[in-house]
Design a binder for this molecule. Sequence first.
Ligand code: GLN
Length: 261
Amino acid sequence: MKKMKKLVAFLLVAAMMVPMAACGNKVKSVGDIQKSGKLVMATNAEFEPFEFKDGDAVVGIDVEISQKIADRLGVELEISDIAFDTLITALQSGKADIVAAGMTADEDRRKNVDFSDAYFNASQAIIVMNDSDIASRGDLNGKKVGVQLGTTGDKYCTNEDGANDIEVAEVKRYSKGMEAVSDLIAGRIDAVVIDDFPAKKLVEKNADKIQKLDEALTEEEYAIAMPKGSADLQKEINAVISEMKESGELDQIVSKYIAEE
Ligand code: GLN
């Protein structure tokens, strides 16, 4: 009998969630976020120096920018640390209000989300072993390359649309850049393609074995993503970014994380 009651209760809750999920698709206004008392930032905390774990805390450049946004709205910042390739879905389902994840504002993503103004210029970089015969972009041809699943580095190496002239032998996709680097060091792949700044951090930790090549594969801009149709939130976020740029605070934050070795 008890079991039955539990089942009924479960079914009731499940039934109630259907309309709630439907409501979740309604884009939250700034007022809604303020009423909820929190700004939910979704990220993938495996991307030092933009977001990474310091003990239990998620810290980094994106966290500091998002904290400023939360402060401006007068709400708490809540961080949701999830897989990179699920970030956009989290926005679309209403589970997150913003994505701050060193995310490149690229045209494909623009179909599904709105982006703030850019706050950082980035590029894709190549990491290889110190004794590798790969010295430049062209040497990636025919090689096994590790990337982070669902990133612009993945897109570049997979080259589905033939946007560049590189044809790698195999693209191995990892959920964390660190795992790709471990496989590189173990000899399972020949190179890792990942964002320039995180590449620098990964190499610093293993400088006796691996190196980052100087050549930049792409030109990208990081921006904060939000659900499509978030015009009022976008305005607030852009105001924070432009204030942080003008006051020099953004540069200060960035250099703090680069200097911290
Ligand atoms: N900038 C890259 C992208 O947007 C990688 C971001 C990341 O791995 N956090 O796809």
